[in-house]
Design a protein around this ligand. Structure first.
Ligand SMILES: *Cc1c(COP(=O)(O)O)cnc(C)c1O
Length: 174
């Protein structure tokens, strides 16, 4: 709808990305973005402090699809270099991370991920684009659980994912 498109372009502008897609929940935005990037046989690095249902999705669904998931210390920074493999397709971040709230060195992690050709997804729900501009730090896809701050707080379920130009076709085509 026109309202949907207006919301998507407002979020894309706030996040500083190329374009955005709205989803019926924050978790739907997370799972869609991951599945848009990762394929069977890929290796995915996910920070250890991600939102619980995202972690469960990775452990149950991604593993069943033949995607290997490895969790890493959110404070790893540039040392993520040692965890990246030839098959690493995606590094998934959440900063600050749910519950423990570590703030990650997104730029250092993204630089190493890009050096190996991997994509970087950030769940930017906690910081919001007002306090963290994801695309200025090398993120390819940024997610908002709009259910939280954007909607007000759990008055309605809503999610949105914003991509840069590199990741937009993948995100849009799912
Ligand atoms: C709540 C939350 C989600 C999921 O959002 P829903 O709209 O409830 O599905 C995802 N990520 C983070 C960080 C959250 O806090």
């Amino acid at each position: 709808t026109a309202t949907t498109q207006a919301f998507e372009s407002a979020i894309a502008e706030l996040e500083g990305g190329h374009a955005a897609i709205v989803f019926p929940s924050g978790l739907a935005a997370c799972t869609h973005a991951i599945l848009a990037v990762a394929r069977s046989g890929d290796h995915v690095l996910m920070s250890d402090s991600v939102y619980g249902p995202t972690r469960q999705f990775a452990q149950r669904v991604l593993r069943r699809l033949g995607i290997e998931v490895e969790f890493f210390d959110p404070l790893v920074g540039g040392a993520i270099r040692q965890l990246l493999r030839a098959t690493t397709r995606l590094v998934y971040l959440e900063s600050p991370g749910s519950l423990t709230f570590e703030v990650q060195d997104v730029a250092a992690i993204a630089a190493e991920a890009h050096r190996r050709g991997a994509f970087v997804i950030l769940d930017n729900t906690w910081a919001t684009p007002l306090f963290f501009r994801p695309f200025e730090h090398g993120v390819d896809i940024s997610i908002q659980a709009a259910t939280k701050y954007i909607v007000g707080h759990s008055d309605a379920l809503l999610g949105v994912a914003t991509a840069n130009r590199r990741a937009w076709d993948l995100l849009r085509d799912g």
